[in-house]
Design a protein around this ligand. Structure first.
Ligand code: C5P
Length: 227
């Protein structure tokens, strides 16, 4: 079996990371959650007051980028790598609605993207990787052997995100989650640098009406033909 690169892109909360983790586990591949990297930079920007509801100090963040170190450490119990920001595990903190509110504005900054894309390319250069995000099949690995583009209705996606946050104990409403999902999709797909678009050779999967098992078996059939 040859090792390949699997790029999974798509709109917010389409279940990209769930399928990516399942595939990585089954194939014994490395899983890289690139959204976690943009979220960790956003958390750094929030902690240092480079971004608030009122302003974005873009140049200050750009000048400080060398002080941001991101890494993934494999958690045996969870079965995937958790993200560390300057050696601190921030896996939980990056998933809050507050970070979600700012992340797309941070992800618009080309200097941020350049830094993260370079690291992502390094992490995937030996292949045997499943990477999910917005620009994996178009920018990070345009030659990936398999590209998937995930989609689902905005309501379904917001419901999944809402259920996840409620399970964690966060106090959020369905309406604000739906608004955030739609807001991020709009910014992510209309930004100048690396907008979210389906690569020409990506296979589109709409999982609005698929169970996780159905989705996995449909996608695994496709994967098996490429390895
Ligand atoms: O995947 P997740 O929803 O955690 O991503 C958070 C945000 O990070 C996205 O809404 C997008 O703004 C940004 N992102 C990106 N490019 C990627 C991955 C995420 O711009 N490859």
């Amino acid at each position: 079996m040859k090792k390949i690169t699997i790029a999974i892109d798509g709109f917010s909360s389409t279940g990209k990371s769930t399928i990516a983790k399942q595939l990585a586990h089954k194939l014994k591949y490395v899983y890289v959650d690139t959204g976690a990297m943009y979220r960790a930079v956003t958390l750094y920007a929030m902690r240092n007051k480079f971004i608030t509801e009122d302003y974005l100090k873009k140049d200050d963040l750009i000048n400080d980028l060398d002080n941001i170190d991101l890494s993934f450490k494999f958690n045996e119990k969870l079965g995937y790598g958790e993200i560390y920001l300057n050696n601190e595990n921030v896996e939980n903190e990056i998933r809050t609605l507050d970070v979600s509110k700012f992340v797309s504005r941070i992800a618009e900054i080309s200097e941020v993207r350049r830094k993260l894309v370079e690291q992502q390319q390094q992490m995937g250069k030996k292949k045997g990787v499943v990477m999910d995000g917005r620009d994996i099949g178009t920018v990070v690995f345009p030659n990936a052997e398999l590209k998937l583009f995930m989609n689902a209705s905005a309501e379904k996606r917001a419901q999944r995100r809402f259920d996840e946050l409620i399970k964690r104990g966060d106090k959020v409403t369905f309406e604000e989650i739906l608004k955030n999902v739609e807001y991020r999709d709009h910014i992510d797909s209309t930004r100048d640098d690396s907008p979210l678009i389906k690569a020409n050779d990506a296979i589109e999967i709409d999982n609005s009406n698929l169970t996780l098992d159905q989705q996995f078996s449909e996608i695994y059939k496709i994967v098996k033909k490429r390895i």
